[in-house]
Design a protein around this ligand. Structure first.
Ligand SMILES: [Zn+2]
Length: 345
């Protein structure tokens, strides 16, 4: 082959691989769904290793008295930042902050903590209707589901209170018993919001009875169970209920891991793997947090038990590295992706 032809071929090769790379990037951009962090939108593939249910600040004083005046951001940052840096060291990239409005949600604080730590943080829209409505603002009782949804959709479209921070999911809560009217209303509002925004519904639930009651409401609204995270599902003792809900597409969150529950969490994961349902399981600590009602924010529970205890025990029990990736990378990204999920009609 003469030199001229060789260079021609090299140029072609380079040009071709450049085009291929460009095509790959563009198709990734189109096909890769989005996650909304407090610092902006990222591709779901950039979510990385994730703790899907934690808290950085929670204020229990009640909807009528809480507000940003209750804590000093600098003090909170000083206390909380080391715990974020600690999980960053073990490779975690994203922490989903599940504190709803009127319980201490502070989008600006979360944005600063995300910048300082390098951990991607997510926040939410929605109301917490457990505990007899203590954390529901007055308008939550008087307005109808569609009016509440209008407020949450507005946050999703315009950001939260002019901060430029957008919610990445819907957080609601119902009581750990059959649904009352206020519980039903927030679930209905969450369904309406999901259909308008594609934000997943994370619902503090606990037992199977209110979980399946909520899935009935989703069905009425034509929302697919894959848009619903059964939060605190570990409170339900009957694993058969978990597998039943997971087979429908529901996300099952065992999200309050503590060392004393090690055996049960491992048994649950192994059962779900055997049933082919590991792709519906979410684990987290539900830990943290700075409590403005306590001196110095009170005692903070860190976010390392899963890395130090649960993951090694899951591997010892027979899960492979790809299963661990499924639980802490693939599942959170799939669940929390912004995507409208409807039942097939
Ligand atoms: Zn929580």
């Amino acid at each position: 082959m003469n030199l001229f032809k060789y260079f021609q071929m090299e140029t072609f090769r380079k040009y071709f691989s450049m085009c291929l790379g460009l095509f790959f990037l563009i198709s990734c951009e189109i096909n890769d769904p989005k996650i909304r962090t407090v610092s902006g939108e990222i591709p779901a593939s950039a979510m990385g290793k994730t703790l899907h249910h934690e808290h950085l600040l929670v204020d229990f004083i009640g909807a009528d008295s809480t507000g940003y005046h209750r804590w000093n951001k600098a003090e909170v940052i000083e206390k909380v930042l080391p715990y974020l840096l600690e999980i960053k060291k073990s490779g975690y990239q994203t922490l989903v902050e599940c504190t709803p409005a009127y319980l201490g949600r502070d989008p600006e604080l979360l944005k600063i903590l995300a910048e300082k730590s390098g951990i991607q943080i997510m926040t939410n829209t929605g109301y917490y209707s457990a505990v007899g409505g203590k954390y529901i603002p007055e308008h939550g009782f008087t307005e109808a589901a569609d009016q509440l949804a209008e407020r949450w959709i507005a946050e999703s479209k315009n950001g939260i209170e002019g901060t430029g921070v957008y919610p990445g999911f819907i957080k609601i809560a119902v009581d750990r018993k059959p649904l009352e009217e206020i519980n039903r209303k927030v679930v209905e509002a969450a369904c309406i919001t999901h259909k308008a925004t594609g934000l997943v519904i994370m619902s503090h639930t606990g037992l199977a009875v209110p979980a399946f009651q909520q899935l009935e409401i989703l069905k009425k609204y034509g929302v697919n169970p894959s848009a619903f995270i059964w939060t605190h599902a570990h409170n339900e003792q009957d694993f058969a209920k978990h597998t039943e809900a997971a087979k429908m597409g529901t996300w099952i969150a065992f999200d309050n891991f503590t060392p004393d529950q090690l055996e049960r969490y491992v048994a649950f994961a192994l059962l779900m793997k055997k049933e082919g349902l590991l792709n519906k399981v979410l684990f987290s600590h539900d830990a943290g947090w700075y409590d403005p009602g306590k001196a110095g924010g009170g005692k903070f529970r860190g976010f390392t038990d899963i890395e130090e205890l649960l993951i090694p025990a899951l591997k010892k029990g027979g899960l492979e590295q790809k299963d661990i990736e499924q639980l802490f990378v693939v599942n959170p990204a799939t669940a929390i992706t912004v995507q409208i999920r409807l039942t097939e009609s």
